[in-house]
Ligand binder design. Sequence first.
Ligand SMILES: Nc1ncnc2c1ncn2[C@@H]1O[C@H](COP(=O)(O)OP(=O)(O)OP(=O)(O)O)[C@@H](O)[C@H]1O
Ligand SMILES: [Mg+2]
Length: 405
Amino acid sequence: MASNPASPSSMEFYRDNTNLKWIILIASLFISVGTIWFTNILVNQLKERERNQVKLFAKALEYTTNDTENEILFITEEIIYKNNSIPTILVDEKSNITFYRNIDIDSSWSKERKDDVLNNELEEMKKVYPPIDILLKDPNSQEVFAVQKVYYKNSFLLSELIIFPYVETSILAIFFFVAYLAFNYSKTSEQNRVWVGLAKETAHQIGTPLSSLMAWVEVLRDDPDLRNKGFVDELDKDIRKLRIVTERFSSIGSTPILKKENIFQLVNNVVGYLQPRLSSKVKIEVYTLSENISVNVHAPLFEWVLENLCKNAVDAMENSGTIAIKILRGSDSKVLIDISDTGKGIPKKIVQSVFKPGFTTKKRGWGLGLALAKRIIEMYHGGKIFVKSSDENQGTTFRIELNSA
Ligand SMILES: Nc1ncnc2c1ncn2[C@@H]1O[C@H](COP(=O)(O)OP(=O)(O)OP(=O)(O)O)[C@@H](O)[C@H]1O
Ligand SMILES: [Mg+2]
């Protein structure tokens, strides 16, 4: 038989896909850190500039208060009023606010309100930067007789620039998150359509020749020469199996109706069907807490899940070992079915991937068995299926959780 070309490539696809996710994530991290780092440099340069500007502003104030010559006054006033972006407050030697620039104060406000706003601003400024001193000198002796202080804080532009990279990174993160969700959603709905479409089509295609085969078997039965020959019964058995397969495919393509079933009986049906078809070195053992545990299931689909899990177990044990199926009761009226094998186990790094469609480590596997099982248990039965434990060369246990009926 030719090896199945789909398997290695599908596995590669999953590897590449996760790699791509990491590359995108790391690249976005670099971009974010890069913007934060670069803006930080800009912010520091701007801070330096603003401090120098305030120093100049303070110097101008100092000149204006110390000197009375007119031409100096003209230049210094120019400087003082050119400061139209950095909020500044001048405080005299008695800690009274005597002058301010670039603080949002409406001239129509009451004096109390103005003072309130100014005092709050001043408190804020004191926390941000140390003040710049203005020395008041005696015009004759040049002796310092008082020290006034200029307090300031970042200009609006600078404050914006400081938060800008964080806003930008958050917006980018939200954008990526939404895009990722949308992409995943469309991927899932596309996958759903493929599952349903393919299953329905298969059921449909098998259905027609199957009905005619069934009719032919009846014709054969009516023939007195052939009736007692064993092959008619064998043919009938195979047709019945084909009918089960068709039913499974048509159920997965529609919304199956769940029925109350005895789980112990269902499991025994599957074991009864599988055991004679397996190597004599594989034993399947069934344990149950009680023979009367009922669950709401769609029997043909649920049997399909068990068959897939058992087939995987047989593969993992390389046709020799024991499969144990245990039916237990969990908390909250859950029914648990543990399927354990004594096989080679699932390596830790692939446990996450085994339920993905197309994921296989087998030469001739399609990687669909567990994806199908997950879909049947989770979507159609509202249950859960997961790897409960797996140890290298010791074996693996899959657990199915269903609601009891
Ligand atoms: N009981 C198990 N023990 C060890 N590995 C397992 C077991 N069950 C599943 N796996 C791993 O999970 C992979 C996916 O299983 P899945 O049944 O989905 O696909 P497959 O068996 O490879 O192919 P398919 O079932 O479509 O023929 C397997 O290839 C195998 O590596
Ligand atoms: Mg399989």
